[in-house]
Design a protein around this ligand. Structure first.
Ligand code: ZN
Length: 140
């Protein structure tokens, strides 16, 4: 008896929760990350959302007004690019990724370089701090 109550409760929250034949959630699609072989100004990545990745990539490759502005400009500049990562998600997830503004660290092609650069910077800061400490005159 309580099982019926439980499933009734659950179907109020999400009617398709247990239905494998439920239609796919139209809000869910593919988030994709594009890495440009060369920087366009400050940008080297483009992140987008689509429900039809193949078609969207074709549109981006064609350039012009239907492509993302960055990718259209890259095409005009002769800069090639490739999709380096995809995730299943919603437009909100895509916006969150763009807001975080850390696409280079998400990019498999750039992640290692970014982390190496950060480590080198930390080592420099540490060395400078240590050198400064060693130069402090010892009062006697
Ligand atoms: Zn990258």
């Amino acid at each position: 008896m309580w099982l019926d109550e439980l499933s009734a409760q659950r179907s109020q929250v999400d009617p398709d929760a247990d239905d494998p034949f439920a239609p796919p959630d139209p809000r869910v699609g593919t988030i994709y990350l594009i890495h440009l072989r060369k920087r366009m100004g400050h940008a080297q990545h483009y992140c987008g959302f689509t429900t039809d990745l193949k078609r969207r990539i074709k549109t981006h490759k064609a350039g012009g007004v239907h492509a993302a502005r960055l990718l259209a400009a890259a095409k005009d500049a002769g800069i090639t690019w490739s999709v380096v990562a995809t995730w299943t998600g919603t437009r909100e997830d895509e916006r969150r990724m763009k807001r975080n503004n850390d696409l280079a660290r998400t990019c498999p092609k750039c992640r290692e370089k970014v982390l190496r650069r950060k480590a080198a910077q930390q080592r420099r800061v540490y060395a400078a701090r240590k050198a400064a400490e060693e130069c402090v005159p010892v009062s006697t």
